[in-house]
Ligand binder design. Structure first.
Ligand code: PGA
Length: 257
């Protein structure tokens, strides 16, 4: 289902992962903030938790939103080391990533956990950015659609009532941090599949939802990827750590035809 996307605004989120320190976070925030003046609403950053307050201080009123890389599945209480959705709201977060493949593979986030986290995010007023994607072995086994279907079907029940207050990110695991990128045609096929699956799962807002592509997006491949009809922007890892590269990717999304 290639939905008309005129009403879907471009969105590019930088996933800083566990990189840097206060000084580098400060410099990156300043660079993004200065360069995104002509891109209101397009760019967002997801710094590590300790720098969210810094993001709030530096980005308030700038047109660049900020969010977290993960959220607790629990509301409140004796959960050592966890960060609740309400705390993220207190820090001014718009978004939180949920189900990033590094969480799924390194920290054991299951589909059920992703559902609980998505539920908490929505209940607190955050926009969940639900990440899905297949591994190389799954793609080579011809199981890409089956994996995406399983991951999407799990979250459909909680996304049904969210309207357009959610974002999906397609991130093929084999393309994350590897320098390998899905071809524009592969990305489009996966995005169209995800949108259709959401719709058939009862998410009536599916045609209006923003679907981001992630996995080795760079200034040199962004224009072509974002030119695909169902690719509404990107979730950027490595390239989001260099303000000029990140901004160039944001401009590619803002100018997509
Ligand atoms: P990458 O990471 O751009 O470094 O491939 C993307 C992501 O993990 O969100």
């Amino acid at each position: 289902m290639a939905a008309p996307r005129a009403r879907r605004e471009a969105l590019v989120l930088g996933n800083w992962k566990m990189n840097g320190d206060a000084a580098s976070a400060e410099a990156l925030l300043a660079g993004v903030q200065a360069g995104a003046r002509d891109l209101p609403g397009v760019a967002g950053v997801c710094p590590p938790y300790p720098y969210l307050a810094l993001a709030a201080a530096r980005l308030a009123g700038s047109g660049v939103a900020w969010g977290a890389q993960d959220v607790s599945a629990f509301e409140d209480g004796a959960y050592t080391g966890e960060v609740s959705a309400r705390m993220l709201v207190d820090l001014g977060c718009t978004w939180t990533l949920v189900g990033h493949s590094e969480r799924r593979t390194l920290f054991g986030d299951t589909d059920a956990e992703v559902v609980r986290k998505t539920t908490r995010a929505l209940a607190a007023g955050l926009v969940p950015v639900v990440c899905v994607g297949e591994t190389l072995a799954e793609r080579e086994a011809g199981a890409t659609e089956a994996v995406l279907a399983r991951q999407i079907d799990a979250v459909c029940p909680v996304l049904r009532d969210a309207g357009e207050r959610c974002v999906l990110a397609y991130e093929p695991v084999w393309a994350i941090g590897t320098g390998l990128t899905a071809s524009p045609a592969q990305a489009q096929a996966a995005h169209a599949f995800i949108r259709a699956r959401l719709a058939s799962g009862g998410v009536v807002a599916a045609p209006g939802l923003r679907l981001l592509y992630g996995g080795s997006v760079k200034p040199s491949n962004a224009v072509e990827l974002f030119g695909q009809p169902d690719v509404d922007g990107g979730l950027i890892g490595g390239a989001s750590l260099v303000a000029a590269d990140f901004l160039s990717i944001c401009r590619a999304a803002a100018g997509r035809s």
